[in-house]
Ligand binder design. Structure first.
Ligand code: BES
Ligand code: MN
Ligand code: MN
Length: 461
């Protein structure tokens, strides 16, 4: 790929952004997260945003910017996040997570930047900032534009939620534009029309009052780790259906026709397995792999610990065992209800001789964008123009809890124009984002504004 001088400049700035370790989950990075917020504020200013501010919260700062041009034009609110997931396990990174480097891969023959946050979501946020810069190069802003880039998405957006509820007037807008998802491939763009909800739990199983000698006591007392594993194994049946009573009660069932439409999206099971190095797939009976990871709810253990995990061997029966368990939810499932149902069921599985505690971490609702929304149609036209291929609607399996919250609190739909690929390894070691994707994003986003404004005017008349 031959880059122009401006593209090289954009790359250099993006690399500076990626060097900042904005790990929201780790309190020891608080100052670096704040530095990153400030960096984003300056970048917005530099791009031509007239008013920018840092909003201090109980958690990490929110970066806000606006460029208001006319009451007779629509307002687009751009949302994204500058915080990133912790980079561990560090030893699996081929280059350090906060020392961005460009490398070619099979799917990114033009090169990709490798760094934590390259795709999720600093790279995609930066596309929006540079798209603004490009738009302002060729004239005044085409409509009112607001930016809200937060620093706590990866930890549940709790303080952003409080801020949104208290500042509805300030955030007033016609549509929300977000690049924090992916697309099918570089030759088949897609627009994310759905996000799953989430309910994140932590459980503990408590046995004897201290770790015990596993020879003196083994076989005669309930071992909390064994018990925890038995309890977890009861959460799904032989068809991989979740056994929590009433879990599926509110699940949205898609029509046969909708499922058939979904099934038309290109998908290779062989590539899917090869890309993540598995010999076979596993999931709920009666549904395809793509359905299992988008329109169906699921339950997974994210981490499990207890007992001795140091070097060598120590013969011990642990006094406690813990696990973090998440459930991905679909439209109409209420995450508060699901958390309660989980708690009740999990507690009921405990045998005598242990105590169980269940704690709800955070959660969020699922989200759907209808394809007849003018924001969706504007996005469709934009991708079609730059990729020369019609994008297809695609339900994503991930969650962005603030998106359904925006809908509830502001009454506004979000359009999810993602440019990442599943293979970009978000949340994993060696996260990266293709240069092709980054520059295509910068090219495509301004067209969203153009088409959205004209559709908005048409809808108004
Ligand atoms: N950007 C992701 C969500 C995503 C990625 C949705 C790709 C669809 C496709 C976001 O940053 C994320 O990781 N969300 C978390 C939820 C949050 C509450 C920690 C998730 O989905 O695990
Ligand atoms: Mn994200
Ligand atoms: Mn993420």
């Amino acid at each position: 790929m031959n880059l122009t001088a401006q593209q090289n400049q954009f790359l250099e700035e993006w690399i500076d952004f990626l060097k900042l370790p904005s790990i929201s989950a780790d309190p020891s990075y608080k100052n670096q997260v704040a530095t990153t917020a400030n960096w984003v504020k300056q970048a917005l200013q530099k791009a031509g945003c007239l008013h920018t501010e840092l909003i201090i919260t109980q958690g990490h700062p929110i970066v806000y910017g606006e460029l208001l041009v006319s009451k007779n034009l629509p307002t687009v609110l751009v949302y994204g996040h500058y915080d990133v997931q912790p980079p561990d396990p560090l030893d699996l990174w081929e280059s350090p997570p906060f020392e961005p480097i460009i490398k070619k891969t099979n799917l990114h023959p033009d090169g990709a930047i490798f760094a934590r946050g390259a795709c999720d979501d600093k790279g995609q946020v930066f596309m929006h900032i540079k798209a603004l810069e490009k738009m302002l190069e060729s004239g005044p802003a085409p409509c009112n534009i607001k930016f809200m880039i937060e620093g706590e998405e990866e930890v549940g957006s709790i303080h952003l939620e409080t801020f949104v509820k208290a500042h509805k007037e300030k955030l007033n807008c016609d549509v929300i534009l977000i690049s924090d998802t992916g697309m099918i491939s570089n030759s088949q763009p897609s627009i994310t029309t759905g996000l799953r909800g989430l309910s994140y739990m932590e459980v503990s199983v408590m046995g004897p009052n201290r770790d015990l000698h596993s020879g003196l006591y083994g076989g005669a007392v309930a071992n909390p780790i064994n018990v925890l594993c038995e309890m977890i194994s009861k959460l799904k049946d032989e068809n991989n259906r979740i056994t929590i009573p009433d879990f599926y009660k509110d699940v949205e069932e898609l029509s046969k026709q909708e499922r058939e439409e979904m099934g038309k999206a290109p998908f290779s099971l062989e590539n899917f397995k090869n890309a993540i190095g598995i010999a076979d797939i596993k999931g709920e009976k009666g549904y395809s792999t793509e359905e299992r990871r988008s329109i169906r709810p699921t339950l997974d253990v994210n981490g499990i610990w207890g007992g001795y995990i140091g070097e060598g061997a120590k013969t011990v029966i642990p006094s406690v065992a813990h696990a973090k368990i998440s459930m991905r939810l679909v439209p109409h499932q209420d995450w508060h209800t699901i958390s309660t149902l989980f708690t009740k069921h999990f507690t009921s599985l405990a045998p005598k001789g242990v105590k169980v505690s269940v704690h709800t971490h955070h959660g969020g609702y699922a989200y759907v964008t209808p394809i007849d929304h003018i924001g969706y149609q504007a996005a469709h036209k934009a991708y079609l123009e730059t990729f020369k291929v019609a994008p297809i609607p695609h339900r994503g399996g991930g969650s962005i809890p603030i998106v359904p919250m925006f809908e509830r609190e502001l009454g506004v739909k979000s359009i999810l124009m993602g440019f990442g690929l599943d293979s970009d390894a978000i949340h994993s070691p060696n996260e990266h984002f293709g240069l092709f994707n980054f520059f295509k994003g910068i090219e495509t986003l301004p067209l969203f504004y153009t088409h959205y404004i004209s559709l908005w005017k048409k809808e108004r008349n």
